[in-house]
Design a protein around this ligand. Structure first.
Ligand code: AMP
Ligand code: GLY
Length: 443
């Protein structure tokens, strides 16, 4: 079978690795920046913007591609899957209608309301700053402010983290409405959920979902969760599929929410095929929905895909054919810790073109996995770009060991201008999360 993966980040490197574990596969790639890891794995690649869907469809036709897997959200929003399906090529990702669950936050919230799905937050959209003021005051200024459309994960502002009073909140409300940030002269204002965040990803064929282990991402740039939000600095998962602060029943509540969302999309006439991603806040009142994404998470894909013992392409085929109910997921019962290496200045002004020395063999010797992200590689020299550079994932029986292994592997990566959040997966940070939930529950 010929498989095409669209996207050139570390998430897509992890997807390509999973594809290559299947038998009788030829891998092809479309990426805007050449990912050295993906380049090594694929039979052929096409350097093109991931949103240039006409060219991608033509490339897929010319290479007789059987299944396309799309990594990032931008091509989903503009209907890459619809175009592929129109020419008879299967895709293991949602159509533009189904991907609205991520690309249109107002539509997503309305869908939750219409189908009475659990885990909702009080929320409303506004085009008028004065009306927004009344709503924010009603919620005691404990709110999250969100542009309606895609902003590359950088559009959300949360009280306490990004602003402290109503006037500061309204400055951002005005900015979003006046400049149509996220594509519309509108803003979504949500009640702020308080607790610990977790990610739950699942495979979906439009009817059945197969949930994957829960993961905790770290969006903040600096140790101890300080600094601005980023695309994600690293993440961890545990051998039992849960998290140190997340019980089995809370995990199941999250999975049931994803199942209900898939069912409601089906009722709306937009069957959801592909991986679905739920970002939840575990509150004292159970998991609340923060966002739903129409793809794997980055970095969360790197925690779960290496654990797959089931054949990934077989699952992809089942998602497309609609027989996921006949499958059972087989996963390694191991913990994972993923840490991103980013250029110094990332989140503000990245240092571009700086050397990173990557000893691939050394990393392999620790048992960790290396995933390249956004780097340029010339004559064996890896150089930073403005985005995250590469990620290392440690895998072991326990979280503690996985973290140790990840750190050992990171010693094989050197550079004068790189930055890593070393605290991710360390026991003191995990304990902080546990204590936070205990404190909230008043135990
Ligand atoms: P998003 O881009 O929607 O993932 O939002 C970025 C981050 O903002 C999330 O990971 C949360 O930490 C935070 N956030 C978003 N919405 C809320 C909310 N309603 N309550 C509390 N925090 C939120
Ligand atoms: N880890 C957050 C995301 O993929 O959107």
């Amino acid at each position: 079978m010929n498989i095409l993966v669209v996207g050139g980040g570390a998430r897509e490197h992890a997807i390509c690795n999973a594809v290559k574990n299947s038998n009788n596969i030829q891998l092809f790639s479309v990426m805007s920046n050449i990912n050295p890891g993906i380049k090594e794995l694929c039979k052929d690649f096409y350097q093109e913007k991931e949103t240039n869907i006409k060219k991608i469809v033509n490339y897929a036709k010319s290479k007789k591609i059987d299944i396309v897997i799309i990594g990032p959200e931008a091509p989903l929003e503009i209907g890459i899957v619809n175009e592929l399906n129109n020419v008879g090529i299967g895709a293991c990702s949602p159509t533009k209608e189904a991907a609205r669950i991520e690309t249109d936050k107002e539509w997503m919230r309305n869908l939750l309301k219409k189908y009475n799905i659990p885990g909702q937050l009080e929320c409303k959209t506004f085009t008028d700053v004065e009306k927004a003021r009344i709503f924010i005051e009603k919620l005691n200024c404990e709110v999250a402010l969100k542009p309606i459309g895609l902003t590359g994960g950088k559009g959300v502002r949360v009280s306490g983290d990004h602003f402290d009073n109503i006037n500061e909140a309204l400055i951002y409300v005005k900015q979003v409405i006046e400049n149509s940030i996220g594509g519309e002269s509108k803003i979504l204002i949500e009640e702020k959920a308080i607790g610990e965040e977790f990610t739950l990803q699942a495979f979906s064929d439009g009817n059945t979902i197969l949930p994957l282990p829960a993961v905790q991402d770290h969006k903040r740039l600096l140790p101890e969760d300080k600094g601005p939000n980023t695309g994600g600095m690293g993440s961890y998962s545990c051998e039992n599929g849960l998290l140190p602060f997340l019980s089995k029943s809370e995990y199941e509540e999250g999975a049931a929410i994803l199942q209900k969302i898939v069912e409601s999309l089906n009722k709306e006439g937009c069957k959801y095929i592909g991986p679905i991603y739920g970002q939840f806040m575990l509150t004292t009142d159970g998991p609340k929905i923060i966002e739903i994404n129409a793809r794997f998470g980055d970095p969360e894909a790197m925690n779960v895909l290496p654990l797959l013992e089931s054949d990934f392409i077989d699952i992809c085929k089942s998602m497309i054919d609609g027989n996921l109910n006949t499958k059972k997921l087989k996963l390694k019962k191991k913990s994972t810790v993923c840490k991103y290496v980013v250029p110094e200045g990332y989140g503000f002004k990245s240092m571009i073109g700086e050397d990173i020395f990557v000893d691939e063999e050394g990393i392999k010797s620790t048992g960790s996995i290396l995933f390249y992200a956004s780097v340029n590689k010339d004559n064996n020299l890896v150089k930073t770009t403005s985005s995250r550079s590469l990620a290392v994932v440690g895998i072991s029986e326990t979280l503690n060991n996985a973290e140790n292994i990840c750190e050992k592997a990171l010693e094989y990566i050197k550079g004068d201008h790189i930055f890593i959040r070393h605290d991710i997966g360390k026991s003191h940070l995990i304990q902080k999360r546990i204590n936070h939930m205990i404190e909230l529950r008043g135990m």
